[in-house]
Design a protein around this ligand. Structure first.
Ligand code: ZN
Length: 244
């Protein structure tokens, strides 16, 4: 049980939790999106679609992580999106696949939604079912925005974690995390400045989240570096031992 969350359902051994604050944000979002549609209930459908897209993305992470022999038992949905609690085996390839599988779900959905929008536009829904057409348009756009945002190379966003996994191959687990978390801190600071300049509370909260997670990554890299030094020390001690 995650604090402030309650259990929604379980699929394939993965339990989905919903954070209570989701309802406050959902109410706010549905009220502001109502203007997009003739019938206000479509704003609710749009929010449910966002929820489903995020959930599918998180299941991409969780299932890929299990495929490479890692653990993934929980997904939490909260206002800034979803979090799949995954612990892939500590290998660059396993890490890379577990992270990349999330955005790949959005990549796979993109042409499907694009085709759906194309045919809906062709079939006269503009007049017959304008709300349904608008809904498809927004779902397609949200999917693309989720993809682009998640691929920003700002650790701990997926793009930042993919960068870290790629750097792991030539540079090892410690150096790759150091570099990714520094880029994450710079990116988080840029988001904070942007939030401040346009006065957006949501972007501000997200910037704070990114900065705190990038900082945690930097500290984790520090712990890994200490571990590495210890291994080197033990090895050199072992080699110094006189042979009798
Ligand atoms: Zn993701």
């Amino acid at each position: 049980m995650q604090s402030g969350s309650f259990r929604l359902f379980q699929i394939a051994g993965i339990t989905v939790f919903l954070h209570f604050s989701w309802f406050i944000v959902a109410a706010y979002q549905v009220t502001t999106m109502r203007g997009r549609y003739q019938s206000p209930v479509f704003a609710l459908y749009e929010y449910m679609a966002l929820f489903t897209l995020v959930l599918m993305h998180e299941f991409g992470h969780a299932l890929a992580c299990r495929q490479v022999g890692g653990h993934a038992e929980q997904i939490v949905l909260w206002p800034l999106g979803g979090i799949a609690f995954v612990s892939p085996p500590p290998r660059a390839g396993a890490m890379l696949w577990s992270i990349a599988a999330g955005p790949l779900v959005n990549v796979a959905l993109a042409p499907v939604l694009e085709l759906l929008l194309f045919f809906a536009g062709q079939s006269g829904w503009r007049y017959l079912a304008p709300d349904t057409l608008a809904l498809i348009y927004y779902i397609r756009t949200i999917n693309l925005l989720l993809l682009v945002f998640n691929l920003l190379p700002v650790y701990p966003l997926d793009g930042g974690q993919i960068l870290r996994a790629l750097l792991w191959f030539p540079l090892g687990r410690t150096r790759s995390l150091q570099i990714a978390s520094v880029i994450g801190l710079l990116g988080g600071a840029a988001f904070a400045l942007y939030a401040f300049s346009i006065g957006s509370m949501w972007i501000g909260i997200m910037a704070f989240f990114l900065l705190s997670q990038a900082w945690a990554g930097w500290q984790q890299a520090g712990a890994l570096a200490a571990e590495d030094r210890e291994v080197v020390r033990l090895r050199s001690e072992a080699s110094e031992r006189p042979i009798l």
